[in-house]
Design a protein around this ligand. Structure first.
Ligand code: MEV
Length: 319
């Protein structure tokens, strides 16, 4: 056992396929390396301690998230037979919670990595995802697994629930994604139930939208392979239209998409579960990305990030 160990993970952005991924359709998601979570475990003289300073606010507002985190930590303590080990667990997160950026999955991944590093045990990717799922099931009910798969990846991924979790490469050296946080919380479990209810109540409307979102993801994969940024933008606009018809957008997210498109975005859409959270916009170059980011802040975004695809390759070498 070490005296101190850390585990890291990243925010995720679903580029294509949120919600439809729950119904077995493909999705494309990317880790955002600048928005990370670090969990640090340190030996202390006695007692267990968990420090958790979220970027987003006081711990008591995050009780539901924390139930999953607490269960995961108890599971890990049992797994390592560490009931009598005194440690301090400090979780530092740059991710706002409940904004579609995968805060809970990223926290779980960082904690699992920190525990395995602390107890000096090798961790496979499969084990990592299974353990993170203990937390995700409590927080989200029946997650597709896309959030943990992306938060633990060092590359963009192509994902089909229970089938494919494959890293993908693309070359869009001048383009960037602008991410804008509406500051509005959106609960994944509520958004997923809303879509489920729409499918049960109005299958004739909802099922074609799910199918279309899946085929958009397929086309987007080809567009990434051929670096067709104009088509990617168009597909983002189409996704937003479908997600809005499924009921998971809102007036603020619609406005952000319009503002981004009025400011030279190639396309824009909500990302993650919706009902709040973030919008992403594709910019052709750095100058456009800055303009879109400034316009979105003026339109009320509480924060924005620009993820450039120049030198996007990244490897942590971790499971
Ligand atoms: C949440 O980040 C993404 C959803 O597709 C739910 C899931 O994949 O479990 C809405």
């Amino acid at each position: 056992m070490k005296n101190k160990a850390t585990g890291k993970s990243y925010a995720k952005i679903i580029w294509f396929g949120e919600h439809s991924v729950v119904y077995g359709k493909p999705a494309i998601a990317i880790p955002i390396y600048s928005v990370d979570v670090t969990a640090t475990i340190q030996k202390i003289t006695d007692g267990h301690q968990i420090h958790c300073r979220y970027f987003d606010g006081p711990i008591d507002e995050l009780e539901e998230n924390l139930l999953g985190v607490k269960t995961l930590i108890s599971h890990l303590i049992n797994l390592f037979g560490a009931q009598n080990v005194a440690f301090d667990l400090d979780i530092q997160s740059k991710l706002p919670a409940e904004r579609g950026m995968g805060s809970s999955a990223a926290t779980a991944i960082a904690i699992v990595r920190a525990f395995f590093a602390f107890f000096e045990v090798n961790l496979t990717r499969d084990q990592l995802l299974k353990l993170a799922n203990i937390e995700e099931k409590i927080t989200h009910g029946n997650p597709s697994g896309l959030d943990s798969a992306t938060a633990s990846s060092n590359m963009p991924i192509w994902f089909i629930k229970n089938e494919i979790n494959e890293q993908i490469d693309f070359n869009l050296p001048t383009s960037s994604l602008v991410i804008a946080d509406s500051g509005i919380k959106g609960k994944t479990s509520e958004a997923v139930s809303l879509v489920h209810n729409n499918i049960v109540d109005e299958p004739e409307n909802a099922e074609p939208l799910i199918d279309h979102l899946g085929s958009i993801a397929e086309t987007a994969r080809d567009a990434l392979a051929t670096a067709d940024d104009e088509l990617l933008g168009e597909l983002m606009n189409q996704s937003q239209h479908d997600l809005s018809r499924l009921g998971v957008s809102n007036r603020t997210l619609d406005t952000f998409c319009r503002v981004a498109n009025d400011n030279h975005a190639l396309g824009a859409k909500l990302t993650g579960s919706g009902l709040g959270g973030c919008v992403i916009a594709l910019a052709k170059n750095q100058a456009d990305a800055q303009q879109i980011s400034t316009a979105l802040r003026k339109a009320g975004a509480t924060q924005t990030w620009i993820q450039s695809f120049k030198n996007y390759q990244f490897s942590t070498g971790e499971a």
